[in-house]
Ligand binder design. Structure first.
Ligand code: ATP
Length: 302
């Protein structure tokens, strides 16, 4: 177990930012911490990073209290900031030395990581000469300069253009392949979908969805499929509604019905199937359904 958060409560004055939150992160996974603005993601990460102490509950990182796990953990904070007048390579070597890495080893690792992040040509330039996107990539490199076992990335894609998003995505995937456990927070669902094995969706300090992404998506699978056929025969298994739509048909399914059984039945009856689509639900829709719904309920009560 890389991370264990148990009944975590964190307040700012009277305001409860994290409210009895529990979750775990396993060795080697990419875990997504999701939620709308103000959900409590950054607060949670700051407790894990030992910046805040929990008001209640407990956190263990790599089996240790956060204060003792620091050297084995990498962190990309939400608020970015590097010394603007320091040169890129010097910045990385300096940060690595702070983490106890010997200078020559730090230099070697810095050069290697800069190459992988396509920043090597900028090694001798000052941080302030780099574009915003490059600075963010540099900060990501800085977060793992001491070769940590686990990486916490708070909004790693924030403010990046699509080219930089792809670079960072590729880099994160590469780090994962090399065995690092990665926890990232984001509200950009498409990126989370592409990267994460499991997710925790937070809203108002609480967990509202938690588990493997695949399983969550299955639970929220749409209850209809779209087929392109000349006609829809009667008695297809699990089909409760047939609606013509632009030369094709939308078939409403009973709860628990399996789209594959419908396809099989169509083929068994020798219906020519030109197209068959079970549209996956985008995580974005699940997010809006779960979080949007909760807001409506609360607003209704207010
Ligand atoms: P975002 O994506 O907007 O950063 P988040 O999910 O990371 O959101 P947090 O930054 O953890 O959320 O904030 C959770 C709640 O706690 C918010 O309502 C925020 O206004 C409040 N909050 C955060 N930091 C403080 C603070 N230092 N003092 C008072 N309230 C705070």
């Amino acid at each position: 177990m890389v991370l264990q958060v148990q009944d975590l409560v964190k307040r700012y004055g009277d305001f409860v930012a994290v409210d009895k939150l529990s979750f775990q992160v396993e060795q080697g996974e990419i875990f997504g911490l999701l939620g709308p603005n103000g959900a409590g993601k950054t607060t949670t990460i700051r407790v894990i990073m030992d910046i805040f102490a929990p008001d209640e509950g407990s956190v263990t990182v790599l089996g240790q209290p956060p204060s003792q796990a620091k050297g084995r953990v990498g962190y990309l904070p939400e608020e970015r900031g590097l010394y603007r007048n320091l040169k890129v390579l010097d910045t990385l070597v300096y940060l690595a030395e702070l983490k106890g890495v010997a200078r020559s080893a730090a230099r070697e690792r810095a050069i290697e990581l800069l190459e992988r992040m396509q920043l090597d040509e900028w090694a001798k330039r000052k941080v302030k000469d780099l574009s915003q996107g490059m600075q963010q990539r540099l900060q990501l490199v800085a977060s793992l300069i001491h070769d940590p076992e686990v990486l916490f990335l708070d909004e790693p894609f924030q403010g990046l253009d699509p080219v930089n998003v792809e670079r960072v995505k590729g880099f994160v995937a590469e780090q994962h392949q090399e065995g690092k456990t990665i926890v990232l927070s984001s509200h950009q669902m498409n990126l989370v979908e592409a990267l994460c094995d499991r997710i925790l969706l937070m809203d108002r300090g609480r967990a509202v969805l938690y588990g493997p992404l695949e399983q969550i998506k299955r639970e929220y699978a749409p209850n209809f499929i779209r087929v392109s056929v000349s006609h829809v025969p009667d008695g297809l298994p699990g089909v409760v509604e047939v609606e013509p739509d632009d030369g094709a048909f939308n078939l409403g399914l009973a709860e628990g019905a399996n789209p594959q059984d419908v396809l099989r039945a169509l083929l068994d009856r020798e219906v020519e199937v030109r197209a068959f689509e079970v549209s996956p639900v985008p995580l974005e829709d699940i997010f809006v359904a779960v979080v949007g719904g909760a807001e409506e309920v609360n607003d209704g009560l207010a």
